[in-house]
Design a protein around this ligand. Structure first.
Ligand code: ARG
Length: 252
């Protein structure tokens, strides 16, 4: 399953730089640093058959928000959400999914669009210093704003997952710059974030996880060409653009 996910993420690489690009960056998340769960208590792990596959965000007592490309092919009985831990494979509490709601307009061509899903949990999250619901942003931060994203994903392009939760600071790009980086692939329900010159980004396994500004959830890790490459920023599902859908289905 993880292999499938990697392939689905790598598919998008063929549009941009060569898939055989020898250029690989080292680092964490990519270019990030370790954080404790109390610094990002909304961070959750999306698990398939007990194994971390994606990220997610706690948005209420009984809903986590993730990416549709993470959950679209998973049976609800095989999915659970782990919260309250900064370790990828241990600690915190694990909540079985009772319902998965993928955005009905989710599609992958020519790029993942409406890449958002809701995971309802069978037993409510117990909110604490390490488990907190994050409010949804209603407006996107201005271009240039610093935002934080986090996860247990690959620490280099093609690399392996991180055992400890990592966070990285990137900047929101203008929609014009985002479209210049990915012609014909950016919709109003997406935006880009990265740093000039590359070196800081989310990567495979971070998908579905949070992008945060001012204590609010503004984006969901969705796609990119490779990871942390110069001129190929990360692309995030826009929470403000999809907030009405979340409200309709989760009441949040
Ligand atoms: N699709 C990837 C996943 O499933 C996330 C890729 C994010 N890529 C990026 N360059 N920011 O984990």
């Amino acid at each position: 399953m993880r292999e499938l996910l990697l392939v689905s993420c790598l598919l998008f690489s063929v549009y941009g730089a060569s898939i055989n690009d020898p250029y690989q960056l080292d680092g964490r998340i990519i270019g990030g640093y370790q954080i404790s769960i109390s610094n990002a208590p909304y961070q959750a792990a999306y698990e398939l058959n007990g194994r971390q596959k994606c990220g997610a965000s706690v948005i209420s007592n009984n809903y986590a928000l993730s990416a549709a490309h993470c959950s679209i092919s998973d049976a609800v009985a095989s999915v659970s959400i782990r919260v309250g831990t900064d370790q990828r494979a241990s600690g915190g509490s694990v909540h079985k999914a009772s319902q998965i709601i993928n955005h009905e307009k989710y599609s992958t061509f020519p790029s993942p669009r409406f890449d958002i899903s809701l995971i309802k949990v069978a037993t409510p999250f117990v909110l604490s210093a390490s488990v907190k619901a994050i409010p949804l942003a209603t407006v996107l931060p201005a271009a240039g704003s610093a935002v934080a994203t986090s996860g247990w994903g690959a620490t280099s392009e093609g690399g392996s997952a991180s055992a400890h939760l990592l966070q990285v600071q990137v900047n929101v790009l203008s929609q014009a710059d985002c479209k210049r980086a990915y012609p014909l692939r950016i919709t109003d329900q997406m935006f880009c974030a990265g740093v000039s010159g590359g070196g800081k980004d989310t990567c495979q396994g971070d998908s579905g996880g949070p992008l945060v500004h001012g204590g609010q959830l503004v984006g969901v890790v969705s796609w990119g060409v490779g990871c942390a490459r110069a001129r190929s920023p990360g692309v995030y599902a826009s929470v403000p653009a999809l907030a009405a859908w979340v409200k309709q289905h989760a009441g949040v």
